[in-house]
Design a protein around this ligand. Structure first.
Ligand SMILES: [Zn+2]
Length: 524
């Protein structure tokens, strides 16, 4: 969906203030259909550009955020003003993104006329409402079948209250993606083929798209709308159990974590035997919700193998003891040795996980997680790599929103950058499952962005040292001009981490405890 085109790194060292979940914005999406053989639906979908910070690399339907002008478009056969505005939003977004114009009277337009209309809209010469009026066209609500209203769960940095509409593509029109738009690789697909691709872990989609594909795959029957609307999530109840990929369930729980994050993602991995990674919440109601999800999975026939911790932080292990108790003390806890040592007396770790260990999980799909010891954010930090599907559980090393804090002595910038480099060179990567925020379908771009962000900071810190800043607080004042003063204490921790790396690299010297000098540059 066309939200903002923010492609800048969302990683900032210790910025941001409020920890409240973001309020959802109105949006609309279009399930564009064309009939294929018999009862089978051909549906149009496209991949969101890798450049997008939010759900980049995911497959989605055309759509986007409501604009103020959407309320002024005339929609016939619609009594309800908000529904009319959302139909207008859907029609405008569909036209802007794929060039398909669903309006009464549009059949009389030639391909050239439609292109010129699109140009008027894209160049803002006319609003969508003006354009329809000018060419004697109008929207009719009966062309737009309501197919559900889905709200992004509160763990996301961007949230939408999205109205879905089923629409028939006029036979004479063919979707074509706007160049340099938010969508690429658009195609018509049989809904069951698209769903099968998701089942084979070849594509990523968000829950409403998956639900629509699964429902459409069962046929274009008379009760299609009833089936689309048959679950509470299609009426605005946020999804809790998010299956971005078969065998990987993301279950965000509310935690006392670092803003802007409000939740930590617990991952339940496996189709038969399951491991539960980071049961994170210290809050009773959240622990009960997670226990309910695990019970549901057990009732579906899955068997708990063990609980795994990515690292020691309280917003990752806050619910371990409660979950162990809930499972009758039968399920063991596993973590890296350094995590186990740090948590002695708090959490009983029964098994140690070393770098390179393979955790094989049977069932369909069979998954095997390779543990990677990736220190930097925390000494005992583990990531888990599933080679066949290219999925990487990144813990706090790479997250879907907010920043990763490198706070010495637990944090170490040199280790962190080598850990990121190890992740970057993994042979096959399709998705990053971070401990906070949505999954990331643009893994390489994301890892490279993380590395270059840190290296840019490092270069600015060296420059600041050469220009006369000599201690962490002077450096913060010069370098972290994009960060709110309230976050300066946290930024200082990051600067100290960078200085320690520069000392180890031999690029900086420390003259006494708090006075740093850049090494003379070799001019030869
Ligand atoms: Zn952490």
């Amino acid at each position: 969906m066309s939200t903002s085109t923010n492609t800048s790194p969302i990683v900032k060292d210790g910025t941001n203030a409020a920890a409240a979940a973001v309020t959802p914005k109105d949006a609309a999406a279009v399930i564009l259909l064309r009939e294929a053989q018999g009862e089978e639906a051909l549906v149009y979908w496209a991949r969101r550009s890798e450049k997008l910070a939010f759900l980049g690399g995911f497959h989605a339907f055309p759509g986007g955020q409501r604009e103020a002008s959407d309320a002024s478009t005339r929609v016939l056969n619609c009594e309800d003003a908000s529904r009319a505005a959302m139909i207008s939003c859907a029609a405008r977004e569909l036209f802007e993104e794929v060039g398909v114009l669903i309006a009464r009277g549009a059949h009389a337009l030639t391909v050239g006329q439609r292109a010129s209309l699109l140009d008027d809209l894209a160049s803002a010469r006319m609003s969508f409402a003006e354009l329809l009026d000018h060419y004697g066209l109008h929207l009719d609500a009966s062309d737009w079948i309501f197919a559900g209203r889905w709200v992004t769960p509160p763990f996301s940095p961007r949230r939408f209250d999205t109205w879905f509409f089923l629409v028939r593509c006029p036979p004479k029109q063919q979707p074509a993606l706007a160049p340099d738009g938010e969508l690429d690789q658009g195609e018509w697909t049989l809904a069951r083929d698209a769903y099968a691709r998701w089942q084979r872990s070849e594509v990523l989609t968000a829950p409403p798209v998956l639900h629509a594909l699964k429902t459409l795959a069962d046929g274009l029957t008379g009760d299609l709308t009833r089936r689309l609307l048959s679950i509470p999530q299609a009426h605005g109840e946020p999804v809790r159990r998010i299956e971005f990929r078969p065998g990987f369930i993301c279950y965000p729980v509310r935690t006392p974590t670092k803003p802007p994050a409000t939740h930590t993602n617990c991952y339940i991995v496996g189709s038969d035997e399951i491991v539960i990674i980071d049961p994170a919440s210290p809050y009773e109601e959240e622990q009960a919700a997670l226990a309910g999800c695990v019970d549901e999975l057990l009732a579906e026939g899955r068997v708990p193998r063990e609980i795994i911790l990515t690292h020691l932080h309280p917003d990752h292990m806050g619910g371990v003891n409660a979950l162990v108790r809930h499972l009758g003390g039968e399920v063991k806890v596993a973590a890296h040795r350094l995590t186990a040592e740090a948590l002695r007396g708090v959490v009983e770790v029964n098994r140690l996980i070393e770098d390179g260990e393979i955790i094989k999980l049977g069932g369909e799909p069979a998954l095997s997680l390779r543990a990677m010891h990736t220190p930097g954010h925390a000494r005992g930090h583990l990531c888990f790599y599933e080679e066949r599907t290219g999925a990487l559980i990144t813990g706090d090393n790479i997250v879907g929103l907010g920043s990763v804090l490198i706070d010495p002595p637990e944090g170490n910038m040199r280790d962190y950058l080598s850990s990121l480099e190890r992740l970057r060179v993994l042979p096959f990567l399709t998705v990053l499952f971070g401990a906070h925020g949505p999954a990331m379908g643009n893994p390489r771009a994301r890892i490279e962005e993380y590395i270059s962000h840190r290296l840019e900071r490092e270069a600015s810190i060296l420059a600041a040292l050469r220009e006369g800043a000599h201690n962490p607080s002077e450096i913060v004042a010069r370098v972290y001009t994009d960060v709110h003063p309230k976050a300066h204490a946290m930024a200082q921790r990051a600067v100290i981490a960078h200085l320690e790396k520069l000392l180890a690299d031999g690029l900086v010297t420390r003259q006494d405890n708090d006075h740093y000098e850049a090494q003379e540059r070799d001019e030869g």
